[in-house]
Design a protein around this ligand. Sequence first.
Ligand code: PRP
Length: 210
Amino acid sequence: MSETLKVAMPKGRIYKKAANLFRAAGLPIPTEVDETRKLVIALPELDMEFILAKPVDVPTYVEYGAADIGIVGKDVLMEENRDVYELLDLGIAKCRMSVIGLPNWQPGIQQRVATKYPNVASQYFREQGQQVEVIKLNGSIELAPLIGLADRIVDMVETGQTLKENGLVEMNQIFEITSRLIANRVSYRMKNGPIQSLCDRLQKAIAAEV
Ligand code: PRP
């Protein structure tokens, strides 16, 4: 097995924070990578290859070994429940998973919850002993209670701005979210040297930033 580390990086809101953490850890990711539309980027001077994936797919690439390691939000990890090692809490992209509704919400006979995270939502309400129908949506979840598709939603809250602008309130927090470093189980053994050394560098950078 080559020692080049294949790293699944999430495109979108986490990418820049993750790339900057790598830079702080002494791994100079060229700034062109931040803007590129290329999906596979060789970084020979770092013995790495970046795979720019849709965030929700990062654990899948890592589980199947198409990537050795990856960076992914705890929200996606909980929802996807893939067979990967969670190595490190990177402390970036902090937010929370919450139950959200209209301020005048009352429990009705039929309760419908809209979410991008059906597994997380189903498990949460099962544990709470609440019978709800979970409706999967792919985005703009806050629309659902506003137009009567669902009476509550389960979604990520970061600044709270989306809730505020749509007159919604956070009712319960389910868990805290940060980005995590994950690894394929076989890669973790076969490429333990480079993975461990990356973890050490990242850990130092995280400690320095706190
Ligand atoms: C996420 C999430 C909320 C919003 C929370 O949506 O689903 O809608 O961000 O952020 P805030 O608390 O800072 O307002 P995203 O922007 O990823 O888009 P989406 O609606 O397409 O999922």
